[in-house]
Design a protein around this ligand. Structure first.
Ligand code: SF4
Ligand code: SF4
Length: 394
């Protein structure tokens, strides 16, 4: 729900494929062994690897051919730990920027444990936004996020996050330094929110740990319990912020996870309905150069839509788009569609292109309900730009 890049609702299966968002698994490896890792430590069930120069040079050509030389591109380097092969990743970025005349925005999601001060300075110079995966207090973070030799990692991740935040604050060149917290085990969103607020972080990405595909740990009942606790805390947080900000700007000033802020913005009519860009405005590329509709399908060869040397396979792309359209058939009648962005069709690639894996729709609807009701509570007292659309509350 949060952190997704989205596009307008009307998507034809015939639409040309000219992605502006490139999700790249430059490094398929990680130095940590988080017990809830949903990418199999960045490897997707395969050997550790990273993108070789002959692959990223051809990828650059393919990107410019598909996206247009002058087009702005958003590059997301995630799924493994990019800082393990930082120089190689920067070589790719420099090469791409050297050939493109558009703007290349870059975000790296990192566990924050291997970056050196010099590498952080390089990121700042290259205007690379960093998102640090830190799960809040050390007791919670270190219960799950351990190094391969079972050592705790929160302290070093926090140190690098503080360093980068100080660097970013000092230059104000548009680069961002964000945090991403996974709520796992007995962890609570309310504790994580308090932790970040004490450190001056008003908005952060947060998700309850998802059932684990690549490590073969799919505990549905635990996921449902985690999800229920997450929603309980989210509800308390949302109503408390709605009350605190009566008469002021809710989405702009609230201290809350980005997901609920985005829903409030939507309810304020500041941003229109969008749906996920997978296979339309978004494309995923793994370290070997295999192409996917988005990064959620990495590691599932049967979901690939081509490779860098041959380009996108039109038949496979059409097959994906048709499957997605079929999966989303029920969305047009769903009251939550204006807030859920049409779900995620990559939540369980083993099951195909599906949107309600692990009863995700229940979670989306509960999230939407909290957003609407807390927004209404705020509207009742403040200057509400627009009431929720007719029918949204179902
Ligand atoms: S840091 Fe990320 S990729 Fe690495 S093991 Fe943890 S969750 Fe997986
Ligand atoms: S909640 Fe589920 S059915 Fe409803 S719009 Fe979202 S993905 Fe579609």
């Amino acid at each position: 729900m949060q952190g997704k890049v989205t596009m307008p609702e009307a998507q034809s299966t015939e639409a040309p494929y000219s992605p502006g968002v490139w999700e790249i698994a430059f490094v398929q490896d990680c130095n940590l062994r988080c017990s809830y890792c949903c990418t199999g430590f960045g490897r997707f069930g395969r050997r550790a690897t990273f993108m070789q120069p002959e692959v990223w040079r051809r990828l650059t050509d393919r990107m410019l051919e598909m996206s247009g030389k002058q087009r702005d591109i958003h590059l997301s380097l995630a799924t493994g730990e990019t800082f393990l092969h930082f120089d190689e990743a920067m070589g790719f970025l420099d090469h791409l920027r050297g050939l493109s005349t558009g703007q290349i925005d870059v975000e790296i999601i990192t566990n924050g444990t291997v970056a050196t001060s010099e590498q952080l300075r390089t990121c700042l110079e290259k205007k690379i936004s960093l998102c640090f995966s830190i799960d809040g207090p050390a007791s919670r973070h270190d219960a799950f996020r351990k190094s391969s030799d079972r050592k705790p990692t929160q302290r070093i991740a926090m140190r690098n996050w503080r360093r980068y935040r100080a660097m970013v604050d000092a230059v104000a060149n548009g680069t961002t330094c964000q945090v991403y917290s996974v709520i796992a085990g007995e962890g609570r969103l309310r504790d994580v929110a308090r932790f970040w607020r004490k450190r001056g972080v008003m908005r952060f990405k947060a998700i309850p740990a998802e059932p684990n595909r690549h490590l073969g740990r799919v505990e549905l009942s635990e996921w449902e319990t985690r999800r229920a606790r997450y929603l309980e805390d989210l509800e308390a947080l949302a109503f408390s912020e709605a009350k605190r900000l009566r008469g002021r700007k809710l989405a702009e000033e609230a201290a809350a996870p980005l997901g609920i802020l985005s829903s409030w913005r939507r309810l304020n009519d500041a941003s229109p309905y969008r749906s996920c860009g997978a296979g339309y405005s978004t494309i995923g590329v793994d370290a070997d150069g295999t192409l996917y509709p988005c990064q959620g399908f990495f590691g599932y060869a049967e979901r690939s839509i081509g490779d860098i040397p041959s380009g996108v396979d039109a038949a496979k792309l059409a097959e994906f788009r048709s499957a997605r359209t079929r999966a989303e058939a029920g969305c047009s009648a769903c009251w939550a569609r204006f807030l859920c962005d049409g779900g995620c069709c990559a939540a369980d690639p083993n099951a195909g292109v599906v949107i309600d894996a692990w009863k995700q729709c229940e979670f989306f609807k509960a999230h939407a309900e909290i957003a609407i009701q807390s927004h209404q509570s705020w509207c009742g007292y403040g200057t509400c730009a627009a009431r929720p659309r007719e029918g949204v509350t179902g």
